[in-house]
Design a protein around this ligand. Sequence first.
Ligand code: FAD
Ligand code: NDP
Length: 518
Amino acid sequence: MALPMCGSRLLFLSCRKIHRLSPINRTICSQGSSDKYDYDLLVIGGGSGGLACAKEAAQYDKKVMVLDYVDPTPKGTKWGLGGTCVNVGCIPKKLMHQAALLGEAIDDSRKYGWQVQDDVTHSWDTLVAGVQNHVKSLNWGHRIQLKDKNVQYMNAKGSFVDNHTVKAVTAKGKEELVTAENIVLATGMRPRYPKIPGALEYGITSDDIFSLKKPPGRTLVIGGSYVALECAGFLNGLGFPTSVMVRSICLRGFDQQMARLVTDQMQSKGVEFLWHIVPQQLEQTQDDHLTMTWMDGNGVSGHLHYDTVMFAIGRDPETSSLNLDLAGVELTASGKIASKNGEQSSVPHIYALGDILQGGIELTPVAIKAGKLLAQRLFGNQTHTMDYEKVATTVFTPLEYSCVGLSEEAAIERHGEENIEVYHAFYKPVEFSVAERTAEFCYIKAICTGDGDQRILGLHISGPHAGEMMQGFAAAVKCGLTYHQLASTVGIHPTSAEEVAKLHITKRSGLDPTVTGC
Ligand code: FAD
Ligand code: NDP
């Protein structure tokens, strides 16, 4: 049964009338304490941060509404409730990463005795169908959870009318005004297109790739960061000839020794890197292929031919259509919400979460934690604030590179080269032996302070399941783990994670960091 919407001023009155008539509606409409506004909390944006905040606020018996709306991509791709992570980010990406890993496992399995045919093929259609079925189940799950927690959900685009009033417009153009005592903005970011001819007409972005109707074929990915490398990694793993066009360096902001390991490993698996060139024009040929014109820093240009061109050149905050000026909310030059105090905007009862918050980190668990903590502070008399320091992250290419804390460059800049000690080791996962896989890209590096107990400033791991390996170490690093505590930890044998506890060679010593034997 569809829940009645108690959101608009108009409907709120009728909702109160229904309240006396229907026990079901009573549970929906009777919560909340604010008489002046329709809602105690209105969340604009039903993604990782917004949903977490709304659900947490509802635990305190508050009257909460979520507006979520997805503008289709230039290719017409759209999706359901849950935001980027669920629909066009972490989840479909991890599933396609897994598909690529399974391809590698097929190769390995032959060496382990499995009689696998030589002509194993992959079906893009089957993969997309499986991924999209899972995504749809998550969309449904989010709707059910909101319903169970009596959070009103409206599939509508929100924009400010004044600092307590938001206009919600549905896809069919139906408008409602919603008032709220507190408003949380969690509208996320969307992929950026370069301002070159043909980009919008013929290019796609990560918003399209996970539901692409036909196999991408020969693919050019433009960009050198998380999204570009991850998508290029799984496409190559699935057998599509894949090139990456990089204008400068890869994984800016990450430890560059680790970034090079990642790109070297991708190259060794067949990904082509086109360094130091930028896209100029994208055209469609008569036979439905694409021609990309590129240019380098010296003005030299050329043409390349592909079936699919995907832009992964960064993401823009979804703040331009919120009419923030009508509420007095200040933006930064990048279009993110300026933060005054944690997640608080320049207007005290309006908050921002997740990707659109200036100074935040564009990761799902960050948005979720910040959202929960904000709801607890607003309605639960709590005081805990979000700690944006030492957040671990993983790049899935499909080799995993995971890290927490400082890069070696950042540690040197902050502490001085003479004041840090770097422990490092190459390691060979035991399962690589029979599979005869190279271990030259499996590497661990712990960057520590140079004196005393040698507090770990940054930990970096590349190798299979590095993300799974890192999570527990990240908790320890967050708690102030020192090199001596790490070294006194007894490993679990035979695992790759035990290699972290076995680190003993310093970079300064110049000794060979290649691990031999157990
Ligand atoms: P979102 O989840 O983007 O949600 C915002 C929602 O608000 C969207 O549904 C949007 O349509 C809606 N909206 C926008 N404007 C309005 C409006 N005016 N009215 C109503 N609704 C509106 N992070 C990780 O931690 N791990 C990963 O592995 C990972 N992989 C990623 C892979 C890709 C390809 C991408 C693109 C991102 C990935 N991320 C990953 C990042 C992660 O997805 C984001 O950090 C996270 O989703 C941000 O959450 P959010 O709540 O800020 O916004
Ligand atoms: P980023 O902003 O991190 O990177 C953009 C990349 O595109 C850079 O390599 C940049 O190069 C390049 N670029 C920018 N403009 C152009 C241009 N005009 N022509 C060619 N190249 C260009 O964006 P992403 O979209 O990769 O990632 C966004 C965020 O999403 C990340 O910061 C991350 O937090 C999150 N995310 C997390 C993932 C995870 O946790 N595994 C996975 C994917 C995304 P340059 O360095 O020269 O500026």
